[in-house]
Design a protein. Structure first.
Length: 202
C-alpha cells in the first residue's frame, strides 16, 4: 500500500494534463510474467527436526485446471463425450479418476475438477465435449495444487482437515471437498506412500 500512496501523492504535484507536450508524453512499458502463488511463502529447504523427513511439500506447476459441470438430463451424454476424448470415465462418487496426463476429481453432484498439462489444451477439449451438455470454467489462474507426501503426511493433514483420513475410510483414489483454516479446499490421495494433492485458492 505504501508505494501506491506515494505514487498518488506525486501525481498531484505533477503538471496538469493540458500542460504536457505531446512529444514528451510516454507510456510505461509494463510486462507480466508467471509467478508462483507461493513464491514468498513456500521457501525451499529442510525444516523441523533432524532425521528422515516425515512430510514433504511440493507445489505442482505447469498444470491447467478447469471446472466441469453437467446438466442433469444430459449427464450421460456428457460422460460419454469426456470418456471418448480423454479415455477416462467421470467418477460418480467422491474420488479421482485419471488416464495419461488428464485427471478428473469429483467435486459435487454432476461436477468435477479437471486437471491436465498446461500445454494440453485442456479447456478447449473440455468445451468441445460439453457443448450444450454442460459448462466449463477455466480455473488455472485461481487454484494452486500442492503435493503432500511422506510417512507422516496423513498425520499432518489430520491436524488441518476436519475429515477422516484413516486408511479404512480414505485410501488411494479417494477425494473430498472440505475446508482448511476456514478456506475451501479439495483433497485427494494419489498413492499409498501416502501422498495427497490438495487444491487451494490462490
Amino acid at each position: 500500500m505504501i508505494p501506491f500512496a506515494i505514487a498518488m501523492w506525486k501525481s498531484r504535484l505533477g503538471p496538469r494534463a493540458d500542460m504536457i507536450h505531446r512529444e514528451a508524453a510516454h507510456v510505461s512499458d509494463i510486462s507480466l510474467s508467471a509467478r508462483s502463488a507461493l513464491a514468498t511463502v513456500a521457501i525451499p529447504g529442510r525444516h523441523g527436526a533432524a532425521g528422515t523427513p516425515g512430510v514433504m511439500l511440493a507445489e505442482l506447476r505447469g498444470l491447467a485446471l478447469a471446472s466441469l459441470a453437467g446438466r442433469g438430463e444430459n449427464i450421460g451424454a456428457l460422460t460419454a463425450a469426456v470418456e471418448r476424448e480423454f479415455g477416462v470415465a467421470l467418477p460418480s462418487r467422491p474420488s479421482r479418476a485419471a488416464q495419461g496426463t488428464a485427471a478428473f476429481v469429483w467435486s459435487g453432484h454432476n461436477q468435477w475438477l479437471a486437471i491436465g498439462e498446461a500445454s494440453g489444451d485442456l479447456v478447449r477439449r473440455l468445451a468441445a465435449c460439453a457443448g450444450d451438455l454442460g459448462y466449463v470454467t477455466d480455473l488455472t489462474g485461481s487454484r494452486t495444487i500442492m503435493r503432500i507426501s511422506g510417512p507422516r503426511a496423513r498425520d499432518g493433514l489430520m491436524k488441518l482437515l476436519p475429515i477422516d483420513l484413516d486408511e479404512a475410510a480414505f485410501g488411494v483414489g479417494s477425494a473430498a471437498s472440505t475446508v482448511a483454516a476456514h478456506m475451501p479446499v479439495h483433497v485427494w490421495q494419489t498413492d499409498e506412500a501416502p501422498a495427497y494433492e490438495i487444491a487451494v485458492p490462490r
